[in-house]
Design a protein around this ligand. Structure first.
Ligand code: SF4
Length: 384
């Protein structure tokens, strides 16, 4: 599977401009496009019948030509009050994960004060980072912009429903959206950028650009291309290794774009955008958690004027990697502190909900394959 062509186009993912053009072509007044965007992105209409300010003929035309819900809710798994993972099924039966993080980004704010939504950009992933569940079954396909927006709308509806609201209104208190779920966002460049534009636009979801973060495993040419996109989102780079030796051992992407290519691309992005980049660094025992690694990471971060986000590894059942104990985490942090490197260390969240990227989807996909009689998949499902 590579390109998914839905029977009918998705309404989510359409822009004011594209809707205006399509409506005009079908003989509907242009001003209806703005009303439609309002129903889609601001009022969170979940069915055409709810779009009461649109004439019946237009609603019928929309129903005949567009799919309103490209994703359906399958299940939610929560870890306490702080993390909730949603599993969604797409039109072709593929699954994606979307995670609501209710804890604040800093550890000193009030618990649950901030809601961050982590969205997926692809089904599976081709990049095969050794520590990640998303790449275990390879890449299936890119998500369309409408399927990315659908994750946001499903999460907003889910939050609203839990609060007792009948319908999602605006973003139901989602403060930040991060492209850090399943997939490499920059390998699905056009759909991700289109989704970002819809998230930010005044006719769209109206989310402040600084509240949107795109994360990449380090696709250097696309980072340079991203610098040209007008929306002022944030960039996070999954470094996870401060030397080529470590990085190549756990991230095959480093063979294509080693540090000599990646770091100048980040610098160029910085210079163009004037915005601090975040370096994500998953701490894995005996892989990248030595004090010498901390020193090398500090050098890179200071040279890039970047902030480091340390993430103690979330173990994945099929994989061998371990989280360093608290003493090792602390020692690593002390090296960064002494070098005056800007950093935070993320608290562990969601250990009991298959929280590592891609785990829940992998389990569900394997169960489905097992039910359809695939013997190997049945065995895998029992392990997942
Ligand atoms: S960490 Fe990101 S880029 Fe790497 S395999 Fe997982 S989803 Fe893909």
């Amino acid at each position: 599977m590579a390109v998914f062509k839905p029977e009918k186009a998705f309404l989510y993912g359409e822009s004011l401009e594209s809707l205006t053009a399509s409506l005009a072509e079908a003989g509907h007044p242009a001003f209806r496009a703005r009303q439609l965007c309002e129903w889609l992105y601001r009022k969170g209409a979940r069915e055409y019948a709810a779009m009461s300010s649109l004439p019946l003929a237009l609603r019928q035309w929309l129903e005949d030509n567009y799919t309103l819900q490209p994703a359906s809710f399958v299940l939610a798994k929560a870890a306490g009050d702080v993390t909730e993972k949603l599993l969604l099924e797409l039109g072709d039966g593929a699954y994606v994960e979307t995670v609501i993080l209710r804890a604040p980004e800093g550890d000193d704010a009030e618990e649950g004060a901030r809601q961050t939504l982590c969205v997926s950009s692809q089904v599976g992933c081709a990049y095969g980072c050794k520590f990640c569940a998303s790449g275990l079954d390879g890449w299936k396909r890119n998500l369309l912009a409408g399927e990315i927006i659908a994750q946001v709308m499903c999460a907003a509806a889910h939050i609203a429903q839990k609060r007792g609201g009948a319908q999602a209104r605006t973003l139901s208190g989602i403060d930040n959206i991060v492209f850090m779920g399943m997939g490499e966002p920059l390998a699905n460049f056009d759909n991700v950028v289109r989704a970002v534009e819809i998230l930010h636009a005044d006719w769209g979801l109206g989310l402040g650009a600084r509240r949107i973060t795109i994360s990449t495993s380090g696709l250097a040419p696309q980072i340079r291309r991203l610098a040209e996109v007008p929306v002022q989102f944030r960039l996070a780079v999954s470094l996870h290794g401060a030397t080529n030796q470590v990085r190549s051992a756990i991230m095959p992407v480093n063979n294509a774009y080693p540090l000599e290519e990646l770091l100048p691309a980040i610098k160029a992005f910085n210079e163009k955008r004037g915005r601090m980049v975040t370096l994500e660094y998953i701490l894995i025992e005996d892989v990248n958690d030595a004090l010498s690694h901390a020193a090398a990471l500090s050098d890179i971060a200071r040279d890039l004027h970047a902030h480091v986000n340390l993430i103690p590894y979330n173990p994945v059942p099929d994989l061998v990697w371990k989280r360093p104990n608290l003493r090792r985490q602390k020692a690593f942090c002390e090296v960064l502190s002494r070098a005056k490197t800007s950093f935070t260390i993320r608290r562990q969240k969601g250990d009991d909900i298959d929280a590592a990227c891609g785990q829940l989807r992998l389990r569900k996909q394997r169960e489905k394959e097992a039910l359809s009689g695939n013997g190997d998949a049945a065995q895998a499902a029992s392990k997942a």
